[in-house]
Design a protein around this ligand. Structure first.
Ligand code: ZN
Length: 280
């Protein structure tokens, strides 16, 4: 899927040996944190909206607000609906103006996943919207941090055939990575990742929260083009709320918001550094 803004941003970063950071945002404080960190490092970023956030009441307004806020940034800020299996929700996101959709058929048998991912890619390609699929299974919950053990790993030969047949523009791989908290010390399958490099589409790594810094760097050096981060940002957000406490003096909402933004931006900046984006 060439020709999308998403594809261009990933390709340009990869040509410089970098990966694009994708960060889940739940509100405008999170969005502001991501934009500030991205601008400080002249990094393009992807803002992820979870299917729960988008499907909830106000989800369309949230995406509209993110789009408006992103348009004012001096770096590319792309919007992606993350982990969605519902075709109607995908159509709504396309109408809302997202740049990419992650069509997650990883719970389906492989042939149904292929049919699903192909159909979504075919539907969104004319609109210039990129489609990311998942082959193998990245376990764990996106919105709630819980211990997770690695799911079914992505088979390199199957991945190449899947990309060819589906026409997707990005593939999420399972190489020992999980969403949420790692149940044991993460042990990524580097040999598998090297063999996945020839899959024919940029590869994404979900579940970067809790991976040692060296692992994230190594994944990028082995061709990971997009790295998704969620849990660590939520931990930073809640950490900032904890530091203020529930009986905040003076009911200073602006001060509270600024603390949240700084904490999340700090975490985003740290991840961007690992992905190859130095300070301006
Ligand atoms: Zn994910």
């Amino acid at each position: 899927m060439t020709g999308t803004r998403f594809a261009a941003v990933l390709a340009e970063a990869a040509s410089a040996g970098r990966a694009v950071g994708a960060f889940t945002c739940y509100d405008l404080l999170g969005l502001e944190a991501v934009v500030r960190a991205a601008q400080a490092r002249a990094a393009p970023v992807i803002v992820l909206v979870g299917p729960g956030s988008f499907a909830a009441e106000g989800g369309d307004r949230l995406v509209a607000a993110f789009r408006a806020a992103a348009a004012g940034a001096d770096v590319p800020v792309l919007l992606q609906l993350d982990h969605v299996a519902d075709r109607e929700l995908i159509a709504r996101a396309a109408a809302a103006g997202v740049d990419a959709v992650m069509a997650d058929g990883s719970r389906l048998p492989d042939d149904e996943n292929l049919a699903f991912s192909s159909a979504v890619a075919k539907e969104l390609r004319p609109l210039g919207i990129a489609v990311e699929a998942e082959l193998g299974r990245v376990e764990g919950d996106e919105d709630l941090a819980a211990l997770a053990a690695a799911g079914a790993l992505t088979d390199p030969a199957e991945a190449a055939a899947f990309v060819r047949a589906s026409g997707v523009g990005c593939l999420a791989v399972s190489i020992g990575n999980v969403h949420g908290h790692y149940a044991s010390t993460p042990a990524l399958d580097w040999d598998r990742l090297e063999r996945l490099r020839d899959a024919g589409a940029p590869l994404s790594l979900h579940g970067a929260s809790g991976l040692p810094d060296a692992d994230v760097r190594r994944a990028v050096s082995l061709g990971i083009a997009k790295v998704n981060v969620n849990t660590e940002l939520r931990a930073a957000y809640f950490g900032a709320l904890d530091s203020v406490g529930v009986h905040a003096e003076g009911l200073d909402l602006r001060g509270l918001g600024e603390k949240v933004i700084e904490a999340v931006a700090d975490t985003v900046g740290g991840k961007l550094a690992l992905l190859g984006w130095g300070p301006r």
